[in-house]
Design a protein around this ligand. Structure first.
Ligand SMILES: [Zn+2]
Ligand SMILES: [Zn+2]
Length: 563
């Protein structure tokens, strides 16, 4: 349903209908940002970032905030569901660009936001802590919260009471009847449905997984079992964002008399903030430094590391490559991967695993510790439970790629939601609701903004060029012209396209084609226009090279005029 182009673009709404749209988070897992608007009031839920698949010099992606900038007078506040980067990572960039009077968050998310803002000392933020029972009343919205279970403590769904009924946003959630933290607020969900849920927005990440996610209490048991069977050092690679998993590993280590050393910046940060706020607890002396650990026997050491996805710069990859300054693999080491591969990462993970085996280590990839449910998102049956508890009239699947959204809609229809009242929206598409109808008839500006490691914005065209350069390389053709005649054969230089020394025939063909192309141009154009001649040569050469090689390097013609 790629209707984005055909829908009219709206810069500002002037009506009293309820409107919902997303500036990020639909058709993708990341940069979540959901907007709710009635009249002159806007509520924002979450402000996240997306980590790119391949870097090209980009650190991460954020949504295009243009719509919010142009309507900032309407913004009541930003409400945060939980402390994961795909929900809070964009806050500094949002606050830098758009006036947001208040930000609301709870518990660990508050700690992580404060920690993040330390790197942006000039930013002003009015950060408020909500709790389970908070209610914020505005003219068109009454905001309340329902606790959920997820892979990080203090995860909430948000309920907006409007004149059209309740609008519920689940945030990231799963159902765990024996969680490590507090229980989901099942009672509140049923209360909302009693009063009438007009619209449900629900997490789609694991809609294509059919089995109920295992309970965190069961996972704790499995981790202890694994620890009781391993003799040497245990190196565990996991996501720093899974705070429960990190705490479970710490507890198992303490039980088995192991000290813990942490490798990886994001892991250090999570543990520091988690400890300050009491989410991560360990007896004094549990954590040791790189200096202390060589003096301990292997069976007394647990190493907690980032890099479970084979990320080239993460600690585990450096350990596998033998380039980590503080630790080398020794026979008897056991490496446990505690999160399953995110699609697309399998190859780099396999690479890391092979290197670890070669260095003499044991590697455990599939164990009960393996978080096959990526990080605590509801699977199909849990999504059904959410739908059955809330009984929404309208339904929009959020937080997921298009296929996940579609599967989630099938699930909703099976639980009884009218299929004409389910919408697989794209970022920017606006669902308008009132007492009579719910329709998608407009869109707002939505897109992607690229941020590099210096925290500056990079233009999308530059990213496209970098991709092309990385995939097909570049080729320069240098022409020497005197009195409208070429006085030498064009020089051909390439980088990242072909190895010139082994491709003499190809290079000479390209050279001939280049010469012939410029000659043709000079014959037909009395007054040469150098912009048009360059475009003409690029085009002709590009097509020719594609025919020969099926590749499209960036072509840069240079014309030197000799007087
Ligand atoms: Zn999350
Ligand atoms: Zn998320």
């Amino acid at each position: 349903m790629n209707t984005n182009k055909k829908l009219p673009l709206v810069k500002r709404f002037n009506d009293d209908n309820f409107k919902f749209f997303s500036l990020g988070g639909l058709g993708e897992v990341g940069k979540n940002m959901y907007i709710f608007e009635i009249g002159d009031e806007i509520i924002i839920i979450d402000s996240g970032i997306l980590f790119p698949d391949s870097s090209f010099g980009i650190d991460y992606l954020i949504p295009d905030y243009t719509y919010l900038k142009e309507n900032e007078d309407k913004i009541l506040g930003l409400f945060i569901t939980h402390g994961h980067e795909d929900h809070i990572g964009g806050i500094p960039y949002l606050l830098k660009n758009v006036k947001v009077p208040k930000v609301y968050a709870n518990g660990l998310a508050i700690g992580l936001i404060n920690n993040k803002l330390k790197e942006f000392p000039n930013l002003k933020i009015d950060l408020n802590e909500f709790n389970d029972n908070s209610v914020y009343k505005f003219k068109n919205f009454e905001v309340s919260f329902f606790r959920t279970n997820h892979s990080i403590p203090d995860s909430f769904g948000i309920a907006l009471l409007t004149k059209y009924g309740y609008v519920l946003h689940t945030g990231d959630f799963k159902f765990d009847f024996t969680p490590l933290g507090k229980q989901s607020d099942y009672y509140k969900l049923t209360q909302y449905s009693k009063k009438g849920v007009k619209l449900l927005l629900s997490d789609s990440t694991n809609s294509q997984i059919t089995t109920f996610a295992p309970s965190e209490k069961d996972i704790s048991m499995s981790i202890r079992n694994i620890f009781s069977q391993i003799q040497g050092r245990i190196i565990i690679a996991t996501f720093a964002s899974n705070v429960y998993r990190v705490q479970q590993i710490i507890e198992a280590s303490v039980t088995h008399g192991r000290k813990i050393i942490i490798f990886g910046r994001s892991m250090e940060k999570t543990i520091r903030v988690g400890q300050q706020l009491g989410y991560i607890t360990a007896p004094k002396g549990t954590f040791i430094t790189a200096k202390e650990f060589p003096h301990l026997p292997p069976e007394k050491i647990t190493i907690l590391s980032t890099g479970s996805q084979g990320e080239p710069l993460a600690a585990l990859s450096r350990i596998a490559n033998g380039t980590h300054r503080q630790i080398k693999i020794i026979p008897g080491d056991t490496i446990v991967f505690s999160s399953s591969a995110i699609p697309g990462n399998q190859e780099s993970i396999n690479n890391t695993i092979n290197k670890l085996f070669r260095a003499g280590a044991e590697v455990i990839v599939n164990s009960p510790l393996t978080d096959t449910h990526t990080s605590g998102h509801a699977s199909a049956d849990e999504l059904k439970l959410m739908l059955v508890l809330t009984q929404p009239e309208y339904f929009v699947p959020v937080h997921g790629e298009f296929a996940m959204q579609r599967t989630h809609i099938d699930i909703a229809i099976r639980t009884g939601v009218d299929k004409d009242k389910c919408f697989a929206l794209e970022n920017g598409q606006v669902l308008t609701l009132n007492h009579k109808e719910g329709i998608v008839k407009s869109r707002v500006q939505a897109g992607t903004v690229y941020i590099d490691s210096n925290r500056s914005i990079i233009d999308g065209t530059i990213i496209k060029e970098r991709k092309l350069l990385a995939e097909d390389g570049m080729l320069t053709a240098i022409f020497t012209v005197k009195d409208r005649k070429q006085i030498a054969a064009p020089g051909i230089v390439s980088r990242g396209f072909i190895y010139m020394k082994n491709s003499e025939e190809l290079v000479s063909n390209i050279q001939k084609k280049a010469k012939e192309t410029l000659d043709r141009y000079l014959k037909t154009h009395k007054v040469p226009n150098f912009t048009s001649v360059k475009g003409f040569i690029s085009n002709e050469l590009s097509n020719y090279i594609y025919e020969l090689t099926e590749r499209k390097p960036i072509i840069i013609p240079i014309i030197m005029q000799i007087e």
